[in-house]
Design a binder for this molecule. Structure first.
Ligand code: JB8
Length: 247
């Protein structure tokens, strides 16, 4: 999987040199190229923004530097072959919401390109123009607004990259995590079994794997129903036991 990120703050992406994603890059499982948008400006002030047509507060990112940067990336893309285009992800509060389902879908791609907007956003014509060379998707982390796309890209690259085979050492750990089965994950405990007068649930010390699995499933359902009732509505409960349906 190759990632390319274009930003006016390339140093914002430095955390992707660390930990799991950093090791996957060293091991050759992931490739990450970060590009400074100002490299693709032509004026002495390296201008990337200008005032909005129609008036209004703030500035808008000029289209031409983006076209230069994205064209260069597309020309070297492993996905720029007949019947296949690289995917261009544009973080935006006006985008589809990023979910674990979308992370899995995108982890199947060979080349993801991220365009980090700043100011009031990128000239809309860039997203229209880019559709010739890319599959373009505007994506939001959630219903709140950041100051630019970089933080969203950090989250998405980690969420997507960790799903690429070989990146996470034990793939089984991807199975029982939140959202992998539509539910939130169960509570976890470790030593000591008694801590500040709080005990680990007895069943987890029993060695009875059937009872442990039942305990964990019930806590997944209870936690999801309490914290994210919206996820319950989306579940296919036809496989649930009578007890599970009444939690
Ligand atoms: O909240 B966001 O995901 C986001 C993304 C891009 C820009 C550009 C200016 N503000 C932004 C916010």
């Amino acid at each position: 999987m190759r990632f390319d990120v274009v930003s006016i703050f390339p140093e914002y992406l430095a955390p992707l040199d660390l930990s799991l994603i950093g090791k996957a890059r060293t091991d050759g499982l992931l490739e990450l190229n970060v590009h400074d948008l100002r490299t693709y400006t032509k004026d002495r002030h390296r201008t990337v923004d200008d005032t909005p047509y129609g008036g209004g507060a703030g500035m808008v990112m000029k289209p031409e530097p983006w076209a230069q940067a994205l064209t260069e990336i597309a020309e070297t893309s492993p996905a720029s072959v007949p019947e296949r285009k690289p995917t261009l992800i544009v973080p935006s509060p006006a985008g589809e919401v990023f979910t674990q389902k979308l992370a899995y879908e995108l982890s199947e791609e060979v080349h993801l390109v991220f365009a980090c907007g700043r100011y009031e956003g990128i000239d809309e014509r860039v997203l229209e123009w880019a559709g010739e060379q890319f599959t373009v998707r505007a994506v939001s982390l959630g219903d709140y607004v950041l100051n630019g796309g970089e933080v969203a890209v950090l989250a998405m690259v980690e969420a997507i990259g960790r799903l690429v085979p070989g990146v996470v050492g034990n793939p089984e750990s991807l199975i029982e995590e939140s959202h992998s089965d539509g539910l939130l994950e169960y509570p976890v405990y470790t030593k000591p079994s008694s801590w500040r007068e709080r005990e680990v649930p007895e069943v987890l010390l029993s060695g009875n794997h059937g009872k442990i699995a039942k305990f964990r499933r019930e806590h997944q359902l209870r936690r999801t129903a309490t914290r994210r009732p919206d996820l319950i509505d989306a579940l296919d409960v036809s496989s649930f036991s009578k007890t599970e349906r009444n939690i």
